[in-house]
Design a protein around this ligand. Structure first.
Ligand SMILES: C[S@@+](CC[C@H](N)C(=O)[O-])C[C@H]1O[C@@H](n2cnc3c(N)ncnc32)[C@H](O)[C@@H]1O
Length: 399
């Protein structure tokens, strides 16, 4: 029970009593003062001054929450200024855009009640409640439970949160949600079989009306039969995979790109894709497309072909706007060998070079050093393999 131990450790280092007092009118006034003065005084100076008139544990709690709210802005947007966190729970929390996307799909499936089995500080719980579901969260960690409840209250959302073991709590909701802890003292874990609650528990849930968030690196063969795996990226970052239990699955594999909210599934892939040399346009599929194994769906979308059957580069003679790939206009092919490539780049006065690569053993920083470029022009080159041969393409990014 690695994460149960981690949960107890974190609960021991966060002062639950001080957090309770932070929620009182006096604590809220102190938190507002900290927020107003932060950036004007250093955390240290502010803490020292406030400790003269306030309980030190309460001041520490206010300074910590204010600091965490700043860190949380990238995940929770403007709401971060009203929410509460612990450092680890913030790192584990689902970013708002992704949680909202998932909650909207749950709500659209007509489900009305949700049980979050390990809700942390409530990243997903808040989104499910915000989507109109009646929510109940459980977690082993009493601090996170208290914070999740405070977060529901802070956003004016209904719901209850309790200290319970997810594996033994009665599951009486339309949908169960699990986002098993994937970290331990040694850093992030990518294999879902090493999660807490355990993988057997999660796969058991997925036989029914359940949804589970897992690491995006999950191997396709770990996804149980009849369960849909959805890979999600947000702003070009591959952020997670989400498994939809048998009754909720509408595809085998899906990719969703946010903020567009565009989606492709295995039903969109052609039976086969052609492999051919580069055309007028080169498309670099979003990482989530590659993870989902749906590169050929992008081939279909842009009316194109693959440069290599095993590489996620798509080419086409047509310019097609797609949220699933970055499009580049192919300017010309350059020599692949270092010496000739250096000469070609120097001739074009290219001093700043972005190097993209797939399927070739090139370390961009090392190559850039070897090329020793001079000039005021900027350019992007794509190094890849076509019919087993290294190729260098000078390209221009379009969107
Ligand atoms: C990845 S975090 C959840 C994050 C949450 N979805 C969010 O967006 O804020 C996983 C949580 O599961 C909790 N947990 C792990 N094992 C548990 C168990 N057996 N019962 C209840 N909670 C558990 C951990 O304490 C942790 O807060």
């Amino acid at each position: 029970m690695a994460s149960a131990n981690a949960a107890r450790k974190e609960a021991a280092t966060v002062d639950l009593d001080a957090f309770e007092r932070l929620l009182t009118p006096g604590g809220q006034a102190l938190l507002a003062e900290v927020a107003a003065r932060a950036g004007i005084e250093t955390d240290l100076a502010l803490g020292t001054r406030l400790r003269r008139s306030h309980d030190p544990a309460l001041v520490a709690s206010a300074v910590t929450q204010n600091h965490l709210r700043g860190l949380a802005r990238s995940k929770f947007g403007a709401d971060a200024a009203r929410l509460y966190f612990t450092h680890d729970a913030l790192q584990q929390a689902t970013r708002r855009s992704v949680a909202v996307h998932r909650a909207a799909r749950v709500a659209a499936a007509g489900l009305r009640t949700a049980l979050d089995l390990g809700c942390g500080i409530g990243g997903d719980l808040l989104a499910l409640a915000g989507a109109g579901l009646q929510v109940r969260g459980v977690d082993l960690d009493p601090v996170r439970v208290r914070i999740a409840q405070a977060n529901l209250d802070a956003l004016g959302l209904a719901g209850t949160v309790e200290v319970r073991d997810a594996t033994t709590v009665q599951r009486d909701a339309d949908v169960c949600f699990a986002d098993p802890a994937r970290r331990d003292g040694r850093g992030r874990r990518f294999d879902p079989r090493h999660s807490e609650p355990g993988w057997d528990f999660v796969t058991g849930l997925l036989q029914g009306g359940a949804v589970a968030k897992v690491a995006p690196g999950i191997a396709h063969d770990l996804v149980p039969d009849g369960v849909e795996a959805e890979w999600v990226s947000d702003g070009g970052d591959l952020v997670e995979a989400c498994l939809w239990g048998r009754p909720l699955a509408t595809a085998t594999r899906r990719v969703t790109v946010l903020p567009a909210g565009a989606t492709l599934t295995d039903a969109d892939t052609p039976a086969d894709a052609t492999v051919a040399p580069v055309g007028a346009w080169l498309y670099e599929p979003d990482d989530a497309v590659g993870r989902a194994g749906l590169v050929t769906a992008v081939v279909e979308q842009v009316g194109g072909w693959l440069l290599d059957r095993h590489l996620a580069y798509v080419s086409s003679d047509r310019q097609v706007a797609t949220p699933f790939a970055t499009a580049y206009r192919v300017v010309e092919e350059l020599p692949y060998r270092d010496k000739q490539l250096r000469a070609a780049l120097r001739e074009r006065r290219i001093g700043t070079l972005t190097i993209k690569r797939r399927g070739v053993e090139v370390i961009p920083e090392v190559l850039r050093k070897r090329l020793d470029l001079h000039g005021d022009a900027e350019a992007t080159i794509v190094l890849t393999r076509v019919a087993g041969q290294g190729r260098a393409l000078l390209v221009e990014r379009c969107w």
